[in-house]
Design a protein around this ligand. Sequence first.
Ligand code: HEM
Length: 371
Amino acid sequence: MTDLKDPFKEARQTGPIQMTKFNGEEIPLVLRLQDLRKTLKEWQSFSSDHPFKVVPHTEEKMRTIRQIPIEMDPPDHTEYRALVQPFFKRPNDPAYIKDMEQMIQSMVRMALSADQVEAVHEFALPLQCRALTRLLNVPETEADIWKEWGLHALTEGGGLEEYTAEQFTKAEKNPGGDFFSMLNRVEFRGRKLTFEEKQGIANVTFAGGKDTVINVVSSIIVYFAENGEALKILGESEKNINTACEEFVRYVSPLTAIARTCPHGAQVAGQDIPVGSRVGLCWPSANRDESVFDQADELVLDRTPNPHVGFGFGIHNCLGAPQARLIIRSLLKAVSEKVKAIELISAVPRMEEEESYIRQVGYNHALVKFN
Ligand code: HEM
């Protein structure tokens, strides 16, 4: 973990883009922070309105519905996003924060009382699922179903679309204050959302916040196992927790790339992008841009300022960021207050392998002992 290698370093130092193969298609990845921000601001030239293609390797075979609002441009994107935004802001509510902190503290206490814990499947996965029940305002028992889907809602799961379809039907019969009832209720341009629209919103909500959160949580646990003194530093002030949270997101950057399509052709960092072809926004590379971040390859817990783009940038910036930040901060707080040391027994990194790069995004397995 202390040495999470940056596979884009050499390319970034040589030039602003790297041609990268995804399923046989060559996509230029934007590597530097300023270029990435500029690209994201020009959403008319770099469009998200390309269903199944915002993930570079494409998700056509993994789902049947267009994800909303991520696979859209304004004005549609703006209006759909505004419909769901109040729900995604719930993690800013003091009562919500308290409840999340207590849940995560109880998980840390349980880990302390166990002989050993497998930090991915026995800690990060249930933590992410239990946290999501709070965001969606559904009974905590639903987490037991979601855990069975594994670490990635689309690649490992199966059953996500069937599950969400059932929930909309149930909520229709018995409406409440949950996410599914809210989507049944809200109106888009004077009409109710269609089934496909509701499914598209639910799909990205489940998929976007699963492996990303799990990978950051397991990486944090392994980091503390390897850097015991960091626990003490964290405990000293709440401010340390917030800066450390941002630094973990920058350093781990669990999402490697998201694509945009150029409907009219465009230029990225001086390179022509032909009409209809795609570019990739490489978040982890931008987050290691040495012209912006001092000691870019080091995890600096008190890094300020920290203009990372781990949660994206611009109009599509992560809707789940308040939830992810609350989870990470609550974990850092609970661990720094209650745990003296974490012992690493064994770990198997989770590697993402594409034709042109291989990078660690988290862990498949990490056996630890909390002391
Ligand atoms: C550490 C955890 C997370 C990371 C690193 C992350 C990363 C990102 C990034 C980079 C984007 C921008 C995509 C783009 O520009 O096209 C994004 C968007 C999004 N994320 Fe997250 N995410 C995380 C957690 C979550 C969670 C917990 C949820 C929901 C429960 C979520 C839901 C979404 C949604 C719905 C969007 C689309 C927003 C839009 O198109 O306006 N994410 N995320």
